[in-house]
Write a protein that binds this ligand. Structure first.
Ligand SMILES: *Cc1c(COP(=O)(O)O)cnc(C)c1O
Length: 221
């Protein structure tokens, strides 16, 4: 029995059906991803563009690659032909570049707005008012090659469950308000990406439907 497939199988048994599992494979070798693939996993998350491109080259083409990390505009072009979901959109400038690069490939790239919900200042992301300004902008209104699918965020790395619950709950509330204000008639604004190995149980409790798990599948990095 190999451990990656065991861990995936155990996770699948306990995850509610509405929760999508992104296997975060950053820093892990091709062989580990192939093992997860062979166990049925098709969605993988990476946080560096070059590493994701190399892995995309080397691995089966029915894998959905999610960019989960902080993204620089000048790197978007390398992944625009294949990336399936960009979790970390935190500026209009970045979204503009994703739209332009997607157009070059005749694609529509799915995106999530990343919010800064943690009390830690090290984490990236928009405030709610910044997101509202982005969604109200005429530049955004003209983008034909991106589709806004929902929100993403990371809670503080802490043992304090109450703080984590509060932060993850705030992301769910932001999602609900944005949906009501900007995406009322669009069923496609439907992804709440929150929850990592340490807090995915709490995240699901707070309304997450997409969790990003690295170490609990592949072991320590
Ligand atoms: C690394 C990473 C994860 C996975 O973290 P684990 O604690 O290993 O599950 C999830 N989301 C983002 C944005 C990451 O960078």
């Amino acid at each position: 029995m190999n451990s990656i497939s065991n861990k995936l199988e155990n996770l699948r048994k306990k995850l509610p059906e509405h929760v999508t599992l992104v296997a975060v494979s950053k820093t892990k070798p091709i062989s580990a991803i192939q093992e997860a693939y062979d166990a049925g996993q098709r969605i993988f998350g990476e946080n560096r563009v070059q590493e994701m491109c190399d892995k995309h080259e080397a691995l089966p083409k029915d894998i959905e690659w999610h960019m989960i990390g902080h993204l620089q505009s000048n790197k978007v072009k390398y992944m625009a032909s294949f990336v399936s979901l960009v979790h970390g959109v935190d500026s209009l400038k970045l979204l503009h570049e994703i739209n332009q690069q997607a157009a070059k490939h005749n694609r529509v790239i799915d995106c999530l707005l990343q919010f800064h919900i943690a009390s830690e200042s090290t984490k990236f992301g928009l405030s709610e008012s910044e997101a509202q300004a982005l969604l109200k902008s005429s530049d955004y209104a003209q983008m034909q090659n991106i589709r806004m699918r929902g929100v993403m965020g990371m809670a503080t790395f802490t043992e304090d469950d109450d703080l984590i619950l509060q932060e993850l709950g705030s992301l769910k509330s932001i999602n609900d308000r944005l949906k009501a204000e900007f995406f009322k008639d669009e069923d496609s604004f439907d992804i709440i990406s929150m929850g990592m190995s340490g807090d995915y149980g709490l995240a699901i409790q707070q309304g997450s439907n997409m969790i990003r798990l690295g170490s609990s599948i592949f072991g320590k990095r």
